[in-house]
Each structure stands twice: as C-alpha cells, then as structure tokens.
Design a protein around this ligand. Structure first.
Ligand SMILES: [Zn+2]
Ligand SMILES: [Zn+2]
Ligand SMILES: [Zn+2]
Length: 317
C-alpha cells in the first residue's frame, strides 16, 4: 500500500481519554473542493468556515464513539485519524464478534444521538428569531450528520455498516470466512464505484472508492494471514484461561511501549526490544486478555458430551 494512503498519516492535534487525535492529510483536498461547491449556497465565508469546523467535530465525535466503545470491551484505541467521511480509525477491537459489532455500531450511534439535539437547537434558534445565517447553518449541520450516518451504514467493508455485517457473518460462518466474504464484497463494490466515478469525473467518489479498495485488499490479506496463523503450530504448555486453546506460534503480539512485534511465549512475556513486561497477554483466538501466570497449562476443556441423542454443540458466545 502506498505510504500516503495509509491511514496513520496525519497531523497530531490533541490527546483525550488516552487517545491521540490526528487530522488526515485528505482534509487538504476537501477544503479546495468544498469552498466552490458550497460558496453559492452558504451565506458568507464565515459560515462556510463554521460548516467545516462542524463537519470536523461531527466526524471526531463519531470516531470517539468507536474508540471509547472499543476500550469499554477491552480492545485498544491509541489514535483517531480524522478523515472527512469518518468511518475509519486505528483501533483493535477484541477478537470476539459481539465486541466487534458493538465497536463498529458505536460510531453511527453517536450520529443518531446527535440528531435530536441538533433539531432541538434548530427549533430554539427559530423560536428565538435567530438570523438566516444561523438557521441555514444548523440545517446544514443536520443534513451533514444524517448524510454521514447513512454513508457509514452502507453495508460495504470497510465502512461501519460493512464491518457490522462482518460481525454478524462471524457469528454464522466464523472469524476468517466472515472477513474474507466482507472484504471480498468490499473489493468488488470499490472497483464498481471506481469505474463509475472515473466515468463521471467525480474526484471525491474516486478517492473514496480508492480508500475502500485499499482497505478491502488489506482486509483480505489479513484474513489470509489469520487463516494461516490459526491453522499453524501451537505453543505446548500454555492455554488461554478463557477458551482453553493453546496460543499460536509466531510474532503475533505487539509491545505496548515500542510497537515491536514478538512472540510473547518465546520471549517470556517481555518485549525483547525495550524490555517492557506484559501485564496481560491477549488471546489470538478469543481476544480475551489474561496475565501471564494465568496462561499456565490448564487442562483443555473436555469435549461436550452428546445428551439424549441431541448432537453436541460447539460452545459459542
Ligand atoms: Zn465509523
Ligand atoms: Zn517494546
Ligand atoms: Zn482464548
């Protein structure tokens, strides 16, 4: 993937709830596209600037929804990259379908929660006889919020709707097939949008489709790598205290301090680069975190016995 199109390219703005907030470089493209587009409609340059700030704040609240939901279920969220359409952030939800569905739904839920507040503000503004500029600004903010909500809920990976769909498919088909299907649909839809927007000369749609395509390809690659990891060799002598599955072999853990990738079980629960000890080790299979001493060799769970002729069911969440 080209470095510029990677989502971790941005300007750092501030830090809140332990999360760094950055603005993605693509805002620089939005501004020159936005001003001529809105110039005839907005009342003045001042309101035009207010519109951009409002869009920025709505996207930021949406991303905080994802990030805080992710933290609430034990995932990691270190950084929010704001890009004009929202929908993408650098966080890792735990590897459990319901945790993932909750993390991905929390962003659009913020937009839903904002809607009645915005309508109340518009109602108050018109009741108090606010100027035309204020009222058309508030109407713009309401429309923008609803457009972002609808866009992010489109059921195509990597949009929130597509990731929620992936979580639902995870419940039905499993972790790797659900990601392969969702990201595969993402590739097909992105290519279709890419062709259509190139024919229509629509730069905004073209860039969005390009982002979608790159993210979907990354998703497919992740699914492939995950399939190989989960099918590969396992560490004997350790099992996850939650799912009782032995951890896979490989540099699958990342140091919380220096971001170095290492094998927590070979390197004795400390980063080999900076020496930072692991207080908890996340399970690659179920996503639950447990302290190193709890990863001791517990006996694996016995197979669920068949009961009165009913076939044994796998233990699912
Ligand atoms: Zn989102
Ligand atoms: Zn380290
Ligand atoms: Zn586990």
């Amino acid at each position: 993937m080209h470095k510029l199109l990677r989502l971790n390219t941005g300007v750092s703005l501030f830090r809140a709830f332990g999360i760094d907030v950055c603005a993605h470089w693509s805002w620089l493209l939005v501004l020159p596209l936005w001003f001529p587009f809105r110039h005839k409609l907005a009342h003045s340059t001042r309101w035009l600037s207010a519109e951009i700030v409002a869009l920025f704040v709505i996207v930021m609240l949406h991303e905080f929804g994802h990030a805080l939901a992710c933290k609430s279920v034990g995932g990691t969220a270190r950084k929010i990259i704001l890009w004009p359409l929202g929908g993408l952030a650098l966080f890792v939800p735990p590897a459990r379908p319901w945790a993932m569905i909750w993390c991905m739904a929390a962003g659009p839920l913020v937009n839903i929660a904002l809607t009645p507040l915005m309508f109340a503000a518009l109602y108050l503004a018109s009741a108090m006889g606010a100027s035309q500029g204020v009222q058309s600004f508030l109407i713009f903010v309401i429309v923008m919020n609803l457009v972002l909500l609808a866009f992010n809920l489109l059921p195509f990976y990597p949009l929130d709707g597509g990731q929620i769909l992936r979580g639902v498919m995870w419940l039905a088909f499993g972790r790797v097939p659900s990601l392969l299907i969702a990201a595969g649909i993402g590739v097909v839809v992105s290519v279709m949008v890419l062709v259509i927007s190139a024919r229509l000369w629509s730069l905004g749609a073209l860039l969005t489709a390009l982002f979608g395509l790159l993210q979907s390809c990354t998703g497919m690659r992740q699914a492939w790598r995950l399939r190989r990891t989960l099918a590969g060799p396992r560490h004997a002598g350790f099992v996850c205290p939650d799912c009782r599955v032995a951890p896979p072999v490989g540099a699958l853990w990342r140091c919380g301090k220096c971001r170095h990738r290492f094998d927590a079980f070979v390197d004795r629960f400390a980063c080999p680069q900076c020496g930072d000890p692991n207080r908890t080790v996340p399970c690659i299979d179920c996503g639950m975190k447990a302290p190193p001493e709890e990863w001791a060799a517990l006996p694996p769970l016995p197979p669920v016995p068949a009961f009165k002729g009913i076939a044994a069911q796998p233990v699912t969440q």
